[in-house]
Design a protein around this ligand. Structure first.
Ligand SMILES: [Zn+2]
Length: 69
């Protein structure tokens, strides 16, 4: 279990290609069952990634469960 939350501050990930610190360039809001998506860009090698972020302030994860018939 990883519990390295330092108070809710957003730590950008490292680039997979060059290991540089990536910069948050955009956020897509949460839509229905989809978590919000943060888009990071590496300005060293122009790598772009997107990370899903589950809203921690919201309730809990909603999984699509089919009720027993
Ligand atoms: Zn990079």
């Amino acid at each position: 279990m990883a519990s390295i939350d330092g108070g809710g501050s957003l730590a950008p990930p490292s680039c997979e290609s060059c290991n540089a610190a990536m910069t948050l360039i955009g956020r897509l809001p949460r839509i229905l069952l989809r978590p919000s998506v943060h888009v990071f860009r590496c300005f060293s090698c122009d790598n772009v990634i997107s990370e899903e972020h589950r809203a921690s302030e919201s309730s809990q994860d909603q999984e699509l469960t089919v009720p027993g018939v």
